[in-house]
Design a protein around this ligand. Structure first.
Ligand code: FES
Length: 95
């Protein structure tokens, strides 16, 4: 993967806020910088406060975290505090 950050977009559901999202920033940071009040607490992938579900797009994780099971990852659940977007994403808040 290139070291050059890519500017992407992230849209939140159900409020349909669209923000700039850099590939080298956690998705949560981009959402907050774009004006979203997406919930968060630990900001390290453990508490699940920021849990959402990807409606489209892909993310990657750099660090070890315990907040999601392999089954949840396979279903598209995402922890924006530790997820880095690889593509434009649409993410649903809550479950
Ligand atoms: S804020 Fe705790 S898991 Fe994301």
């Amino acid at each position: 993967m290139s070291d050059t950050p890519t500017l992407l977009t992230a849209r939140t559901e159900p409020d349909q806020l669209q923000v700039d999202a850099w590939s080298n920033e956690p998705l949560l940071v981009s959402l907050e910088m774009g004006g979203s009040n997406w919930p968060s607490s630990c900001r390290s992938g453990h508490c699940r406060t920021c849990l959402g579900q990807l409606q489209s797009g892909k993310v990657r994780y750099d660090e070890t975290f315990t907040g999601l099971s392999p089954e949840e990852l396979a279903l598209g659940y995402v922890l924006p505090c530790v997820a880095y977007p690889c593509t434009d994403v649409v993410v649903q808040q809550g479950l």
